[in-house]
Design a protein around this ligand. Structure first.
Ligand SMILES: [Zn+2]
Length: 363
């Protein structure tokens, strides 16, 4: 633990944990599988989250458009974050049909409400406000589905282990409830914009069209902690329910013979102004590297072409960056986590990893 008694729990396993896992593999896999299935079952709604109609079966919604995943897949398979994080109870690769999916809305809605953004032609020129709103809406839905499952997961942990997990689980429940409130609030705006009624609900922070196909596919919302000068963007550890975090929506879409890399915000957001200026000052390759680093360090919902196998094996830093996690370990109740988090997510760390969005790695 660092001197100020605050540390971040990296994803992945250390050597001791791995040997414990190896000795108890069958039992651990069975327990994890059971808990996950039960949490997913308990988190299931009895209605479609979008239209509110009663539902018993849900669409397998992809958090990243399927046409992007298919474009970079090899024999229908993709590498994903765990290929680098290397948790042994998760697989090394994922099939396109299961990659980054969630079940929250009915089939009818899934086929209707994302039509504009799931059309590759939407990226021939600068995507319009409706497309951005549909991307934002998908990002919110994905996070809502994730948090609903996590909420049940922590409840299950407490039920099974009341003494050990109680304080930790209660704290996590608080964070999940705060997050859910924010996503639901943001969802209302995205819903209006996604119907094409308002075109100015989102503002582009970064946009680049590349004339080659990149080996990475990503879509998600990221609540950035700090900027290029290690100054706070969001106080992600602030548990005051009046404090709203501001997410940055990022998309890396590999297309047939091109790619789009973009980042945008809710047009009411003010916190990314400085970050945006700093990003603009970087040279064009470095801007791409910064976006790639942000995606890899903050999110696990990223997919890679298997053409990157050699790079993954030869560069350990890619795994280190993928394992970064904002879950904090501290033995002080009111520890000032923010400055430590700002340093942990220091964007200059991008210089330790290869720039996978450059022509060199194109497929
Ligand atoms: Zn529906």
């Amino acid at each position: 633990m660092c001197p100020d008694e605050i540390d971040f729990l990296p994803l992945g396993m250390d050597d001791d944990e791995r040997s414990f896992y190896d000795e108890n593999k069958v039992n651990i896999n069975m327990q994890i599988g059971m808990i996950e299935r039960e949490a997913q079952e308990r988190a299931k709604l009895d209605h479609c989250y979008y239209c509110n109609e009663p539902a018993t079966s849900f669409c397998n919604s992809h958090s990243v458009p399927k046409f992007c995943l298919r474009r970079i897949a090899v024999d229908g398979q993709l590498f994903f974050a765990n290929t680098l994080i290397d948790l042994p109870y998760l697989k090394e690769e994922q099939g396109v049909n299961k990659a980054g999916t969630f079940q929250l809305i009915c089939r009818k809605c899934d086929g209707r409400i994302f039509q504009q953004y799931e059309d590759p032609n939407a990226y021939d020129s600068l995507p319009n406000g409706q497309v951005l709103a549909q991307i934002a809406m998908k990002n919110h839905l994905q996070m809502i589905a994730k948090r609903l499952t996590e909420r049940q997961l922590y409840r299950l942990l407490v039920e099974r282990n009341p003494l050990v997990g109680l304080w930790f689980a209660k704290e996590q429940q608080k964070v999940i409830d705060l997050d859910l409130g924010e996503y639901e609030y943001a969802m209302c705006r995205a819903k209006v914009g996604a119907r094409g009624k308002r075109t100015n609900y989102y503002r582009m922070v970064f946009y680049r069209k590349l004339n080659y196909t990149v080996p990475i596919a990503f879509q998600g919302e990221i609540t950035m902690i700090s900027d290029f000068e290690k100054k706070t963007i969001n106080e992600t550890f602030n548990k005051d329910n009046r404090y709203r975090t501001e997410p940055l929506h990022i998309a890396i879409f590999p297309l047939e013979r091109a790619s789009v890399v973009m980042a945008f915000v809710d047009s009411r957001c003010k916190r990314y102004k400085r970050f945006e200026e700093q990003l603009k000052q970087l040279d064009s390759d470095d801007q791409l590297l910064a976006i790639q680093f942000i995606v890899m360090s903050y999110s696990e919902n990223v997919f890679y072409s298997k053409s990157l196998k050699g790079v993954f094996q030869s560069n350990e830093q890619l795994a280190t960056v993928s394992r970064m996690n904002s879950m904090v370990m501290t033995d002080r109740l009111h520890a000032n986590v923010q400055p430590v988090a700002n340093a942990e997510f220091d964007l200059s760390k991008r210089n330790t990893i290869p720039n996978l969005l450059t022509l060199q790695y194109a497929i």
